[in-house]
Write a protein that binds this ligand. Sequence first.
Ligand code: IMP
Ligand code: MG
Length: 181
Amino acid sequence: MNVLIDEATLQAGLDRLAAEIEKRYRGKPLTLVGVLLGSIVFLADLMRRLTIPYGVEMISSRQVATESNIQGPLFIQADLLAPEVAGRHVLIIDDIYDTGETLWELIPQFDDFKVASVHAAVLLKKKNRQRVPLGPTLVGFEIPDVYVVGYGMDYRGYYRNLPYIASLSPEEMKNLAQNGG
Ligand code: IMP
Ligand code: MG
């Protein structure tokens, strides 16, 4: 395991993102929409920093990594969303922007709710992986194309608890899949 973003750097990035969100959304009705499951630690830390008023909703998008395929099928469940987002500025909060397919599928689902605007803030963005013509508006950190864990992100349930971001090698992933931690 290789530490990519240590705890102090991560927290400084959160301060930066929170300041940017306050600047953009001060005086506007804002709803944060967290994407379960990997974003919950990121979301909670952002929430503690924001001093402007905001609502919070959660939607679910799960991509279950399998041994042979890091990116399994995508299951998006947007019906957790309450109709109260109508007329509000939505900021989707996700852990990683990788290919962009999650956002690409999610954004049109807000059309039905007549929101004022939809943007996304992600903690991490992988370089050179984008496959859709739509990117996140706010990015905490750009990272290389490696599999990362920690700060809410897991591999098969492992390492969500880490207070920093680390990368796992293919060998480490294979080992965890076969033998556990
Ligand atoms: P995208 O749809 O390809 O942009 O993938 C975004 C989603 O895939 C993220 O919200 C994560 O749930 C998951 N994901 C992509 N890369 C990683 C990773 O390195 N570690 C953990 N989850 C990842
Ligand atoms: Mg996710």
